[in-house]
Design a protein around this ligand. Sequence first.
Ligand code: ADP
Ligand code: MG
Length: 605
Amino acid sequence: MSETIIGIDLGTTNSLAALVNEDGPEIIGPPEDPCMIPSLLSRNGSRWLVGEEAREHLIASPANSVYSVKRLMGRGFEELEEEIRELPYQVEEAQRKLVKIRIGEESFTPQELSSVILSRIKQKAETHLEKPFEKAVITVPAYFDDAQRQATRDAGKIAGLDVVRIINEPTAAAIAYGLDEKKQGYVAVYDLGGGTFDISILELKGKLFKVVATHGDTRLGGDDIDRVLVNLFQKSLLEQYPDLDLEDPSCRQVLRKTAEEVKIALSSSIETEYTLELPDKGISHKRILTAEELNLLLEPLLKRTFESCSKALSDAGLKKSDIEEVVLVGGSTLVPAVRKGVEAFFGRAPHVAIDPYKVVAIGAAIQGHLLAGGRRDFLLLDVVPLALGIETLGGTFSKVITANTSLPAEESEVFTTHVDQQTSIEINIYQGERELVQDCRSLGQFKLRGIPPMKAGFPLVEVSFKVDSNGLLTVSAFEKRSGTEAQIEVIPSHGLTQMEIDAIMEASFEHAVDDFNRRQLIEFQQSAERVFKGIELNWKVAEEVLSENQRLSIRKQMDVVKQTMTTDDAQILKAELDNLGDLTRPLADSAMGRAVLEELQQQNP
Ligand code: ADP
Ligand code: MG
C-alpha cells in the first residue's frame, strides 16, 4: 500500500479527517467514534478541552472557550473589527497588526488554537489507524488569501503535521464526486455550513480545477436556521406565558438545542413533535412543526444564498445553463428545502450521494491518496447498496428495492391497513438487509392522511420507491380507492462506507436463520390474532353448529395457542395453530361458517 496521506476538513463548525483505504475513501474511525469533532476549544487550567468535551464549558465558562477560530485565521486586527464585536471571547491586537485570543492570563494566536483542533484529530486518527503519520491535505475556503492559507499551513505544522497540500473546499468536493475525471466544464459548489455560506464556480480544464468566481455570506448558515426556529419557539411560549423571561441562559440553551433537533428531524420527516422543557419554570410546552412551515420560514435565508449564486455567475460571466454539475456541501444542505431550492435555481439535480457533512474531507483524502501515488480505482456508488423498504405489521421489514439494483431505480408495492376505519397510515422507511426494522437503519417517515374510513384490508396503498441517478430517494404513497397521496425525499446511502455495507451484508447472512424465525413468529402471532378475532366474531354460529364438547376443545386450544404465542418458537406456534385450525374446521365448513373463513382470508397479513 502507498504511504498514508490523510485529508482534513478544518471547518468553522466541525472538523474531520478521512482516508482512502482498500475499500475506498472514508471518514477515519468506526461509525460510533469517527474522526469528527466540533471545532470548539476550552481552557481548563493548563489543559485544553477539545470538541464535544468543550461544549459544556462553552456554556459554563464562555470567557475561557473559543469557537469559530477559522474566522480569525491569517487576518489583521483592523479588518476583523466587526467580527470581533460579535465574539464572546476577547480578541486583542498583536504584533504586525495580527490578533491574539485572550484566555485567562494567556493569549494565543488563531494558528495555535487551530493546531489544538488538528492535534486532536491527528491523535484520534493515529489511535484508530494504530500507527503514527504526519502527512495531510488540509482544505480551506476558495476565497482564502495567501495569508489565510499560510496560517492554516502553520497550524498544521504546530500540530506536528506535514501539510503536503492546501486545497480548496469546493475543489475537494468536486474531486469526491470524481468530477475531475470529466476533463472539462463548469461546476457550481453550493456550501451551506454551520455559520457560513459559500458558492464557488469551478472551471475544469484537463483534470485541474480553477476557481473562476466565489461569493458568499460569512453570516449565513445552519445557526441562522436554528435562530429562526428559536424565534418561533419564543413567540409560541410568550403566547401562553406572557411573563416568561426568555433571556434566562438555561431557557436560551433549551430553545437553541431543541431548534437544532427539530431542524434535523425535519430533514427526514415531514413533521415533528417537540417539547420545550423548562422544568425550573414548570413548563413543558408541546407543539408540532411541519417541514412545510419550516420551508416558509427559511425562504428569506435561501433567497440570500441564491442572490450570491447569481452574483458569482455574473462575476464569472456565465449563465446558469453553462453549469454542468452542481455539488452540495455542508450539513445545512441536508434540509430538503435547501436541496430543492438549489435544484430549482440551477435547473438541474445536484450531486447528493455523498454526505455533505463529509464530502470535503473525503475529497481531501482522495487528493492525498493521488498525491501518494495511489490510483482512483474505487467506484462511486452507482447501485443501491442495501435494500430499501418500509416497516410492515409487527415491525417486519418489507423490501421494495433490493440491494445492487442499478441507479436510477423504481419499484412499487401495494400494502393495506390492518385495522377497520383506519384513516391514516404511517410509512416508515428503512434501509438494510435484515428481516426486522429494528435491525435496519431508519431513513425517514411520513403519514398518508385522509383515507376515507374502510374495513381493514380494503384500502389499496401503493408505495413507490424511486432512486434517481444522484442517489436521491423519493418515497410516495397513493391510496388507490380514494386517490389520497403523500411523499417524502430522503437520501439513502449517506454515511455508509463500503466497509459498513460489507459488514451489514455479512450480519444479514449470519442472522438469516434467526431472522427468518423471528419474522415467522411475528407472522404466526398475527394470524393467531386474526383467527381469535374470527372465532369471537362468529361464536354465535359455533353455538348452533358445534357440540358443547367441540366448543370446549376450541376454547382449550385457544388457551394453548395464547401460551405458545409468548414463547419464541415459531414452529411450535404453527403446530398449535394448525391444531386449532383442525378443531374449527367443522365450523368453517358449515354454510354459515364459510363467511368466517372468507372474512379471515380476505385480510392481508
Ligand atoms: P462547517 O463547514 O461550518 O464546519 P458543517 O458542514 O459541519 O459546517 O455543518 C454544520 C451545520 O449543519 C450545523 O448548523 C448543523 O446544525 C447542520 N446540520 C447537521 N445535520 C443536519 C441535518 N440533518 N439537517 C439540517 N441541518 C443539519
Ligand atoms: Mg465546511
